[in-house]
Ligand binder design. Sequence first.
Ligand code: PGA
Length: 268
Amino acid sequence: MKVRAKETKRPLRMIVANWKMHPDSVSEAKALFLASKKEAMRRKNVQTIIAAPFVYLAELHTRAVGARVSPIMLGAQDVSGEKGGTHTGEISAEMLAGVGVSHVIVGHSERRARGENDDIVAQKVSAALKKGLVVILCIGETARDTSGNYLSIIETQLRIAFATVPKAILKSVIIAYEPVWAISGGDGRGQTATSDDVHEMVIFIRKILTSMYTRPSAERVPILYGGSVGGENALVLMQQGMIDGFLVGGASLKPHLFGAILTATNEK
Ligand code: PGA
């Protein structure tokens, strides 16, 4: 049977800028957002998502023009797994959606390192999807071993995070493969995964998703790579890693580096 192109087509390439706990002030955040937006507007094949600290989101939304159709969309770096109530310091999916956020990073390794386990990640995935947010699920092993145990870590992370996610909602999911050992300076000076490492992992992730859902639905899920992505390694990772884009940390704080990564992603 002929597979219709539409069934396996994934959306635009994408880049998620993970600002982490930067910058220090709202005025710097506005300036960085505008500089990033300027870079993003020039690369029409790439959907750019800026994941800024919570406190800047409402302010930045007013600068994201036309939210859902713009090449710039707004993301949060975390979300509560709770709907609302007595949870001091937590931010719900509904609150995020209410200030114009469309995407949320869930399960970043820096949150997992603070005690967030796979069950908590699953709760957050579910809470975010229920409120219509697109989830960017971060998965990744802390170290590589020669016997392939790292693959079972990835499989467990995927199976638990998506245990209650129905096939119909999978279209609101993006996966960011971020090997923890490769996350560092973000300007290409740290240890990066090779394009072969990344390609192998993309195949593995799609195999697990196919076993949980169907092949066409698994094929549609965008898979990003994150970990020390810079202008000089983005193109080869993009061309040979079989990814749909990047989750960028450090380099997303420097518009010229971010622009170079956008160019590589745009030119795949
Ligand atoms: P990095 O961060 O690009 O600075 O390595 C990536 C991430 O932690 O998401």
